[in-house]
Write a protein that binds this ligand. Structure first.
Ligand SMILES: [Zn+2]
Length: 220
């Protein structure tokens, strides 16, 4: 398994000694064990940590890939704020509101239930913005590119606001569960499907990093 960090590409926050590498995607593939991975990650104080969903053989050739779905609020057209393009025009970039968050949550639940018809080993993860659904069925790892694209298109046609290229296989890096999403100061959190309906990432302590004080949150 390979891991990766981005130190400060979006936040522009980085340890001074890593200024030169702040924008770089740094791959971590030389380590003793997971504790060692953690130490290497912490050394960079990164804004984002990923794992590589590609599976490699002994000669570092890609053999297969985890199937994943990425649902983000920016793909949702909000009844109040409109589409991502509308928000960009107003300089609101990638911000999103509670309506969008609830819409993306509902989509995650519906997509999970839709995928359950075909797959049996799935994981749901709050990404800090939206949700990821990971499919761990061995059969799904073996899907070729054509099959992945077909699945991505079929899911989009059903109205799910996924990033097509993630499901199609182009993006190999996925946020590492329990890492910090530094863009929104939230912990990437695995969830059970039954928890989703009541899940509130604004206040749920499991996804609040320690550096955010309770007082700061209750006053916002
Ligand atoms: Zn909105």
């Amino acid at each position: 398994m390979k891991y990766a960090v981005i130190i400060g590409r979006h936040t522009r926050i980085f340890p001074v000694e890593y200024r030169e590498d702040a924008d770089t995607t740094i791959i971590i593939d030389d380590y003793k064990d997971l504790a060692d991975v953690r130490n290497q990650v912490i050394e960079f104080l990164p804004e984002a940590v990923y794992y590589d969903r590609n599976v490699y053989d002994q000669k570092d050739r890609k053999t297969c890939q985890e199937l994943a779905f990425d649902l983000d609020p920016e793909n949702i057209t909000c009844p109040i704020h409109g589409s991502l393009a509308d928000k960009m025009k107003r300089g609101q970039g990638l911000s999103f509101c509670k309506v969008e968050l609830n819409m993306v949550k509902e989509q995650a639940l519906n997509l999970y239930e839709h995928l359950e018809k075909q797959f049996s080993q799935m994981r749901l993860v709050y990404s800090g913005r939206g949700f990821h659904i990971h499919v761990l069925d061995p059969a799904a790892y073996a899907f070729d590119e054509k099959k992945r694209l077909e699945i991505a298109r079929a899911v989009k046609e059903k109205g799910f606001a996924i990033d097509e290229w993630v499901t199609a296989g182009e993006m190999r890096l996925i946020r590492l569960p329990y890492s910090l999403n530094g863009l929104v100061s939230r912990i990437v959190l695995p969830l059970e499907k039954r928890e989703l309906e009541k899940f509130d990432p604004i206040h749920d302590e499991r996804c609040l990093p320690k550096f955010l004080s309770k007082r700061a949150l209750t006053s916002s």
